[in-house]
Design a protein around this ligand. Structure first.
Ligand SMILES: Cc1cc2nc3c(=O)[nH]c(=O)nc-3n(C[C@H](O)[C@H](O)[C@H](O)COP(=O)(O)O)c2cc1C
Length: 315
């Protein structure tokens, strides 16, 4: 059973990818994720300059969902340069550098600085729902703004493929994806967190998160992720690779995202639920299912539902 995937010329030993913001920002944490079985690793969102996050508590987790308002803290470009350089000395699996900024111009500047470090892909976070107090509505909520960021990043990214990380919190993710594709996006990460949502402590009668609201992730959001991946895949005719992310806990979940159109599968909150071994567990579960069903190469699963629907509709 071959779990490897070649995406835009880059070899991933298996389709699982550490999602952005989940496991540290250091070379040591990316190596640890790779040792735990991740086929690729994504950095936390990187800012050009130091950025402070929100005050604690910033995260709540239940069996079904996680709510976070970490607020995208980051030490800035110098630290990113150090850690990415260190990781690249023996880089066990491909590195996806995730960037964020407050203006279109600063997305361009950040992308230019990070592209020089030569990660395998750039992932552009235009979709974080928990910094709205500071940045306003995410760029991912407007076709025009999302395309403007894509264009600014593509202008400076050279040969490094650019994945735009989309928001589920929009009327039409298909329309946003099409605008980004027309502006030159090479792929998409679908989805960022859902919401924002709120949780209230009954005793104090106050929101649990200091930021009051946060982005929803974990098992409860998987059906939204699957629908968004299917929409983006169809809107771009399956021509651009998708890193499907949202609610993946098991190998079966990962396969479901792939049937909708994901070529790689991001794993975020599940690291909290199943521990770091989640990557190797998900791979073993995918492999067991594929062997039972006679699937020889994992790539056969990508967009499988879409092909079946097309056949059914053409009858
Ligand atoms: C604690 C936490 C921090 C996150 N930080 C980032 C981030 O810095 N940049 C980003 O693009 N997404 C960030 N995300 C979103 C995840 O990368 C992912 O898109 C989302 O959680 C859905 O996947 P999941 O259900 O597997 O967690 C964060 C999510 C969580 C739970």
């Amino acid at each position: 059973m071959d779990l490897s995937q070649k995406i835009l010329g880059i070899h991933f030993p298996n389709p699982t990818v550490l999602a952005s913001g989940i496991w540290g920002i250091t070379a040591a944490s990316w190596r640890a994720a790779a040792r735990a079985g991740a086929g690729g690793v994504t950095t936390k969102s990187l800012w050009l300059k130091e950025h402070r996050g929100h005050a604690s508590p910033v995260i709540i987790a239940t069996d079904h969902w996680t709510l976070n308002a970490v607020g995208v803290p980051d030490a800035g470009i110098e630290k990113a340069r150090e850690e990415i350089g260190d990781y690249q000395k023996d880089q066990p699996v491909p590195l996806i550098a995730n960037i964020i900024a407050d203006t279109v111009e600063n997305y361009g500047k950040t992308a230019q600085a990070i592209a020089k470090l030569k990660p395998e892909f750039l992932e552009v976070n235009i979709s974080c729902p928990n910094v709205e107090d500071e940045l306003g509505k995410p760029f991912a909520c407007s076709s025009h703004a999302a395309a403007a960021v894509t264009k600014a990043v593509k202008a400076v990214s050279g040969k490094i493929p650019v994945f735009i990380k989309l928001s589920p919190n929009v009327d039409s993710i298909a329309a946003i994806a099409q605008s980004c594709a027309a502006a030159g996006a090479d792929g998409f990460t679908v989805i960022n967190t859902v919401g924002p949502g709120m949780a209230i402590d009954l005793k104090s009668r106050m929101p649990i998160l200091t930021n009051r609201v946060g982005g929803l992730s974990g098992p409860a959001i998987k059906p939204i992720a699957v629908r968004c991946i299917a929409d983006v895949y169809r809107a771009t005719e399956g021509k651009l690779p998708i890193i499907g992310t949202g609610g993946v806990m098991t190998g079966e979940d990962a396969l479901e995202l792939m049937l909708a159109g994901a070529s790689l599968v991001g794993i975020g909150s599940a690291v909290g639920y199943r521990g770091s071994k989640v990557f190797s567990l998900v791979c073993a579960e995918m492999e067991a299912w594929c062997e039972r069903e006679g699937v020889k190469k994992i790539g056969e699963m990508v967009g499988g539902m879409q092909r079946k629907l097309k056949m059914q509709n053409s009858k």
